[in-house]
Design a protein around this ligand. Sequence first.
Ligand code: SAM
Length: 375
Amino acid sequence: KTATGLTTFNPRWVRVNALKATLEDSLSSPTFHTFQKVDGMSDMFFFDVVQKCYYQKAELLPDILAIHPSHDITSSELYKSGKIILQSASSCLPAIMLDPPKGSIVVDGCAAPGNKTTHLAALVGSSGKVFAVERDKRRADILEMMVTKAGAEKIVTILKSTDFTTITEGHPAWQASYLLLDPSCSGSGILQRIDWDISKLNLPSSDIASSRPSRKKRKRDENSQESSAPRPEGQEAKQMDEEIQEDDASKERLQLLSDFQVAIILHAFSFPNAMRITYSTCSIHAEENEHVVARVLNSEIAKERGWRVQNREDNPLSRWHRRGSVGELSDLKVSLEEQQRVADGCIRVHRTDSLGGGFFVVCFIRQVDDKDRLG
Ligand code: SAM
């Protein structure tokens, strides 16, 4: 239950790791033998919850499955061998939106724990290269484990304890044509996972509320930005999601985060071969989303180098219904018509959309002039 009395059930999302398996192989493996396909998310929760074995293919997202959250998929061979990766559908949007071709060079500028890095590796394949940049040493170690488990070691070069903004001319990553930027944010879109015994589903809401994690723990989760980090295996079972509509982000904190996010994007705008850049957050705040888009588009470097937001219809996620808010782009110094085009190019996911949390993603594009081109 949320503060507004709305209950949101969320499935567990699974991405099939194309470096090790196909969707069809996975569905015909023993792990999925007992599973039954359902047509809609509500069916997954409506049918016998004790069976726990329903799955649904994500409508707009290739290689992504939703399964009932009470099923302990982490004990399966598919999970242990890295053929499937637990990753929320919303966290899969940036790599799909970036859409790097096979064989391309990509930079993941803020990479740990590495869900998007391994997704990128699966998209560029063995002829491609992903430079995964991570400033924090401890988180870079987790990234390394994730990359190894996904079988992506030959594709991914991890730049440990490296600040993305220090990558400049002369560095091999400076040649990248595609960049994925998923910098630290307030995490206000993150759904809190709560250990719920399935037998407690009929408890009154006051009992459910008392099973919330402490405010201190929620704060810790938010700061650690580990919405998509691997969890201890034993905790994966018996979990249901609850949306919490509390928000600790102060205006000052949002301003600091937004300044940092703008700096990361502006640095990416200077990569000489860059053609497409995605920027994403798991935040629901316009300050970290549309406002950041307006600020970077107003910059001198965006104008000099011709960066703009990709048209909605040119992107693989054009059919997703929820777009950016034009009302939050009023600082963008362009016509109202252009503001509307930019808002349409942005994707928003609400916490109630069942994709695994609130999210924002946008793709910037530019034509690369031959005079700019490296190498
Ligand atoms: N993309 C990751 C994933 O999907 O698994 C999640 C990234 S998390 C939201 C942001 C990460 O960026 C953190 O691990 C943080 O340490 C790292 N980071 C923040 N500032 C950075 C910088 N200037 N250079 C490199 N990494 C940075």
